[in-house]
Every structure is written in C-alpha cells, then in structure tokens.
Design a protein around this ligand. Structure first.
Ligand code: DOR
Ligand code: ZN
Length: 346
C-alpha cells in the first residue's frame, strides 16, 4: 500500500500553549486534524468557562484560514472547582471536559487537585451531566518509583473512583503501561484511553540511547518494552476504547535541554505520520482509521468527520527545529531524521 485515504482524524489530547508558541505550532495540527482536545495547563491554568472560550478564540485566530479546525476545550480541575462550574461547562458545546492533574504530577500542574476525595460532589455532577473527566493518571508521592506511578494511581485512585461512579465518563490519558490497558478493558463502557505515538514507538531505552536524550522525556515517562507492546496491541485491536491523543507538548529548546529539563515531546509536525509508522511496524495500517478517526468521536458522542485525508508513502525529512517569531526554537521528535508517510488533505 503506497497511498490510502481515511476519514479525517482528531487529536483527543493536545498542548498548544499560548502567544508565540501557539502561533508556531497550531497549524501543524490543523493541517491534519479536524478537532483537538486542548489541554488547559497554561500558566495561569484555564479554570473558568470564560477563560476557556477566550483561549479558544485565541487559538482560532492563530489557525491559517485554509483550515477548518475546531478546538474542543478542557477545563483545569482544582480543589476549588464547584458543581456550578460543571453545570456551566456542560452548557457549552465547545467545552468537552475537565482535566484532572494531580497537583505536582507534571508541567503546570501545581494548581491541580490535592485530594480527589474532596471533589466527589463535582464528579457526581459530571456523571449526571455526561461531562468527561480527562485524567493524568500518576500519583505524585516521591516515594513511589517513577516507573510505577501510573499503576499505583490506577489501584489507589482511579479504580475506587470508577467503582463509586461507574457512570462517570473517564478518559485515562496517555496510557503507558499494560496496567492502564487492562484497567480500561475491564472497566464499564464509560471508560476510554488515549495513546500517544511516542509511547507506541519507543520504550524507555530510547531515553538513554547513546547518551541522555531530553526530547524523548515526557510524563508519564516511557516504560519497558513489555508495556509498549501492550499499548500497540490495544491501538491496533479495533477496540472502541482506545483512541488517538498525541500529547504533543511544545517547549522551547532551552527548557528541554537544561539541567532540569521539562517533560514533553513535540510531535504535532508529524501527528498522524508517527502513528502510521507504529501501525506499519505491526502491518496494521488498515486499523489506523478506527483508532485515529472513529473510536474517539464514538466515545465522546460526536459525529465522525465528513472530510478525508490521504497518507502517501513519500520520503521527507523532519526539520531540525521550528523557530517562533521571537526566535525561540522548538525541537521536534525525530529532528533531521527521515519519515516515510506523509499526510495530505484529500
Ligand atoms: O510530558 C508531558 N508534557 N506530560 C504532561 O502531562 C504535560 C505535558 C506538558 O504540558 O508539557
Ligand atoms: Zn498532556
């Protein structure tokens, strides 16, 4: 197969930042994806409907007019989120859920939730109104080994919430372990999970291949090969539970290449192509459309896109960097390396 078309895909987990970074990255996504769930971990975070709608306008203003792109906004859950906030959010079709960051788990998560058990009223209201809870699934206890933080979160936090509120729609974001896959598969149909291309392509060895490689550092961190395999099997399984979420997370070069570098892989420049690479390794390109374009809308109760996109086998080289208007550089995943698949709008 040297060329094939598929229903235009959506990205169910994306960071686009604001200002200078936003205008540098947004059209990479808009080129290929029709919709994207926009993460609210700005500084300060996007905690209100008013701010989310304003942020949505900022994003739309940065999208090139040749693209039809719809940002779906997620609100940042805090200890102070109220049931009234949920009711207000549920009334806006362009607000698609609340994001739970355990406080301190990752980039700009300090304002996140310190005790989820104090928010049960808010979660009940979300379940009642069909609002989706998107979860960064890691505990933050420094005594828990960083490679175990997802599994411990599932046992100690996620499983109890799901048992208490089985009707609550939950997306376990960027699953990185077989525990995460097993949890989603054994949960009710109200639970889904996103998978990133980098977690499908790489195991934790990639972080240390020939030296320390900061552009492969993200959270949750890459795991062992057995976990990568479990993710790939889930992605190509044709299940409605697992769908595409790039977690493309731009940082400036100096923020990544530093004594204490930020977590996040920038992948939007090859958002669909990197998944095509992972699916092709498994001879499963025929399963890509379900994963990238069908399972996500089904879970969120939205129509699939009407337009199509073509993936062509065509060698191209990933740029060494993308420069912002203010001269900062973003280093993309696979910088200077060659790619085999290229997406074009049909
Ligand atoms: O690697 C990550 N980067 N993981 C996250 O959870 C946040 C993200 C970011 O915002 O940079
Ligand atoms: Zn993320």
């Amino acid at each position: 197969m040297s060329e094939f078309s598929l229903i235009a895909p959506d990205d169910w987990h994306l960071h686009v930042r604001d200002g200078d970074l936003l205008s540098t990255v947004i059209n990479h996504t808009a080129h290929t994806f029709k919709r994207a769930v926009i993460m609210p971990n700005l500084n300060p975070p996007v905690t209100t409907v008013t701010r989310a709608l304003q942020y949505r306008d900022e994003i739309l203003a940065a999208v090139d007019e040749q693209y039809e792109f719809q940002p779906l906004m997620s609100l940042y859950l805090t200890d102070n989120t109220t049931e009234a906030d949920v009711t207000e959010a549920a009334a806006h079709p362009s607000i698609i859920g609340f994001k739970l960051y355990p406080s301190g788990a990752t980039t700009n998560s300090d304002a996140g939730v310190t005790r989820i058990s104090s928010l049960m009223g808010v979660l009940e209201k979300m379940a009642e109104l069909g609002v989706v809870l998107q979860i960064h699934g890691e505990v933050t206890d420094p005594h828990v080994d960083i490679f175990d933080r997802e599994a411990v979160f599932i046992d100690q936090v996620l499983d109890p919430i799901h048992r208490e509120l089985p009707e609550l729609k939950i997306v376990l974001e960027h699953i990185t372990t077989s525990h995460g896959i097993d949890f989603v598969n054994s949960a009710t149909r109200h639970v889904g999970g996103t998978l990133t291309a980098h977690h499908l392509l790489y195991n934790r060895n990639e972080l240390f291949r020939g030296g320390l490689r900061p552009h492969y550092y993200c959270l949750p961190v890459l795991k062992r090969e057995e976990h990568r395999r479990a993710l790939v099997e889930a992605a190509i399984s044709g299940s409605d539970r697992f769908f595409l979420g790039t977690d493309s997370a731009p940082h400036t070069q100096h923020a990544k290449e530093s004594a204490c570098g930020c977590a996040g892989c920038y992948t939007a420049h090859a958002g669909l192509e990197l998944y095509a690479r992972a699916f092709e390794h498994m001879e499963a390109l025929s399963k890509l459309e379900h994963f990238a374009s069908i399972a996500g809308p089904k879970f969120y109760g939205l129509p699939v896109n009407k337009t199509r996109i073509t993936l062509k086998q065509e060698a191209w080289q990933v740029p060494s960097h993308f420069a912002t208007a203010q001269g900062e550089h973003i280093i993309p995943l696979l910088a200077d390396e060659s790619m085999v698949w290229r997406a074009t709008r049909s």
